[in-house]
Each structure stands twice: as structure tokens, then as C-alpha cells.
Design a protein around this ligand. Structure first.
Ligand SMILES: NC(=O)c1ccc[n+]([C@@H]2O[C@H](COP(=O)([O-])OP(=O)(O)OC[C@H]3O[C@@H](n4cnc5c(N)ncnc54)[C@H](O)[C@@H]3O)[C@@H](O)[C@H]2O)c1
Length: 315
């Protein structure tokens, strides 16, 4: 039995706990949250002990792996303390608010040669694999990303010093997909819309991206809406247009292929396989997510500084 500890007992932790509990070879060994009521609520659902913080969870011992499901501002110590106990980590995106924290975690994972994974579950969509097959031998020349949505119902989200803003917090999924389907990005320039409320995250922004391989890209984000309106990535290559959302691939605006809906299970299963030392296909280990994180941070910096940012700029 693989014994997993979870740090953070909010929305995404509840989802991972449900998926992990359904695996016959995994037990949830403990759940920690700085809000003890949240830890208790999720732990009691899964018949596991609750802890007031990650340090108590780690001190209780007996873990094989740790899931870090905290908001952007709380990354750093949970990961580094779990790694110091030699435990593999699964980390929810975004990796942190800055680059330094994520880089120090990445080097510690590498130094200890531990398995890791990040919650970029879009990479596990079966329609993403189909998109890659359709694009084989046809380089993408144009990418159009969207994240047009509502404000998520979590208290910390509108505060940029806690969430990092919509690009880092949400559109990072689309950026990760763009890196996979198009390639690395060398320059970004974000133009945020005038913000009605000072000190809150940008409610809308438009970005231009230049890919190292020569493709051009656009990314539009907004959290002005009351519903998830449009979230995904469109790409154009020679003679083909693909439109990917989290549930569907549309080929040339006509042929629609539904995803099998298993990505959120696969992302956990492959990590657990890696922890168990089995053959595993972890598509986004921490080091790979760090590249996407760098890109998202470059966009966030461009939005704040109102200027183009190249990816080798000091972030
Ligand atoms: N991959 C995905 O599809 C997906 C989906 C939802 C959320 N997320 C990501 O997961 C993260 C959490 O989102 P959420 O919706 O679960 O937020 P949430 O606010 O519902 O839950 C976060 C929990 O972490 C706790 N917490 C904060 N600091 C802590 C600390 N130092 N130690 C322990 N617990 C701490 C909070 O009390 C809270 O209960 C966000 O970064 C979000 O982007 C990813």
C-alpha cells in the first residue's frame, strides 16, 4: 500500500483525495491544512488523521509521498520539508509566486533523484495525443490561447500577491500545452486592460508571444465573466486548424473528437506508479513544469512592467 499525505485541504486536494482513494493500492495517510476545520472535514471523509500543518503531518511519519495542494503564495516550505524527508512530491500548479522558490525545489528534487509530478493534467488528455499525431510533420505557425472565465470562488484569488494573477494561476495550463504543441517561447508582450480596482489582479489582458521556432502566438485572458466562456488553445499549421479545450478537439472547424475524460485520473496514477518504482509515464515532472512556470512569470512581469520581456531576461 502506498501511503500518501496531502498538504492543503481545499478544492483541488478534495479532487486528488477522491481519485487516490479509488486506487486499491493507495491509502491517504494524513491531511494537513493551516485551517484545522478544512483538514478535519477532508480527513474525516477519507478516514485519515488531520494535521494543523505540513510539519506535523511529516513528523507523524509513515509516508511514501506528499501532495502539495496549497495556493500559490504558500509553496516552498511544504515541498522542501517533504523533500528533506526524502519523499516524492506531487505539486499543484502554479509552482510558486516567484522563480527562486521553484528553482530551489527543482534542484532539491534533482539532487535527491526523487520522483515528482505537477498537476498539469491537460497533458494527459487523450485528445492532446491525437492533436500531436495530427500535427506530426507539420510545424505549428500560429497559436491562439484563451482563458475567458469567472473569478474562482477562493478568497485569495483576486489578490495578486497571493495568486500571482490569472496568467500564472489559470492560463498556465494553456501555456504548458502551447509549449508541448508549438515549442519554447522567446518573447512575450502583455497589454493588460485598464483595471477598475487598484491592487487587484488584471481582469483582462491580451498578449503576443514569439516562439523560438518561428511561430507567432496570442493569449487572451479575462476573469470578467460569470461562467467559463472559452478556455483552450487553437493552433494552425500547414493545411490544418486544431481547437483544443479540456474536453474536445475540433479539427478544421468540422470534425469534433470528445476526450475520454480520464486525464485527472491518469495524472495521479502515473505519479503513484513512479512512487512505486513501476514503469510510469509522468508527463510533467517538476523540472518540466519549471519551464512553463518561467514562461508564465515572464508574461506576468510583462503585464506589470508594460513592456516586452524576452525569456532570457532576468526574472
Ligand atoms: N490542476 C488543476 O486542475 C487545479 C484545479 C484547482 C486548483 N488548482 C490549484 O491548486 C491550488 C489550490 O487551489 P484550491 O482551489 O484547492 O484552493 P483552496 O483555497 O480551496 O485550498 C487551498 C487550501 O490550502 C490551505 N493552505 C494555505 N496555506 C497552507 C499551508 N502553508 N499549509 C497547509 N495548507 C495551507 C488553505 O487553508 C486551503 O484550505 C491553486 O494553486 C490552484 O491553481 C489546480
Amino acid at each position: 500500500m502506498t501511503r500518501v499525505g496531502i498538504v492543503g485541504a481545499g478544492n483541488v486536494a478534495a479532487r486528488h483525495a477522491d481519485v487516490l482513494s479509488a486506487f486499491p493500492d493507495v491509502a491517504i495517510a494524513g491531511i494537513a491544512d493551516t485551517d484545522p476545520r478544512r483538514a478535519e472535514a477532508l480527513a474525516s471523509k477519507h478516514g485519515s488523521p488531520a494535521f494543523g500543518g505540513h510539519a506535523d503531518l511529516l513528523s507523524a511519519g509513515g509516508l511514501d509521498a506528499v501532495y502539495v495542494c496549497v495556493p500559490p503564495f504558500a509553496h516552498g516550505n511544504p515541498e522542501l520539508d517533504a523533500l528533506s524527508c526524502n519523499l516524492p512530491i506531487f505539486v499543484e500548479k502554479p509552482l510558486s509566486l516567484d522563480l527562486k522558490t521553484a528553482e530551489s525545489i527543482a534542484s532539491e528534487i534533482e539532487r535527491r533523484s526523487l520522483p515528482s509530478a505537477v498537476g498539469h493534467h491537460w497533458r494527459y488528455l487523450d485528445i492532446v495525443q491525437q492533436a500531436r499525431d495530427l500535427l506530426s510533420g507539420r510545424p505549428v505557425r500560429l497559436a491562439l490561447g484563451h482563458w475567458l472565465d469567472k473569478v474562482p470562488p477562493v478568497a485569495w484569488w483576486l489578490n495578486p500577491t497571493m495568486s500571482g494573477g490569472q496568467i500564472l494561476e489559470q492560463a498556465v495550463h494553456v501555456l504548458d500545452l502551447a509549449r508541448l504543441l508549438v515549442g519554447e517561447v522567446s518573447m512575450v508582450h502583455v497589454v493588460p486592460a485598464e483595471n477598475p480596482v487598484d491592487g487587484e489582479v488584471d481582469r483582462a489582458s491580451a498578449a503576443v508571444l514569439r516562439f523560438s521556432g518561428g511561430a507567432a502566438g496570442l493569449l487572451a485572458t479575462s476573469c470578467l465573466l460569470t461562467h467559463k466562456h472559452r478556455v483552450g488553445l487553437e493552433v494552425c499549421a500547414d493545411g490544418i486548424a486544431l481547437e483544443l479545450s479540456e474536453t474536445r478537439l475540433l479539427v478544421d472547424g468540422e470534425r469534433s473528437i470528445e476526450d475520454d475524460g480520464q486525464a485527472k485520473v491518469r495524472v495521479d496514477r502515473e505519479f503513484i506508479n513512479a512512487v512505486q518504482g513501476k514503469q510510469a509515464e509522468v508527463r510533467v515532472p517538476y523540472g518540466e513544469a519549471l519551464r512553463t512556470h518561467r514562461l508564465a512569470l515572464a508574461l506576468a512581469k510583462s503585464a506589470v512592467e508594460r513592456r516586452p520581456v524576452t525569456l532570457d531576461d532576468d526574472q
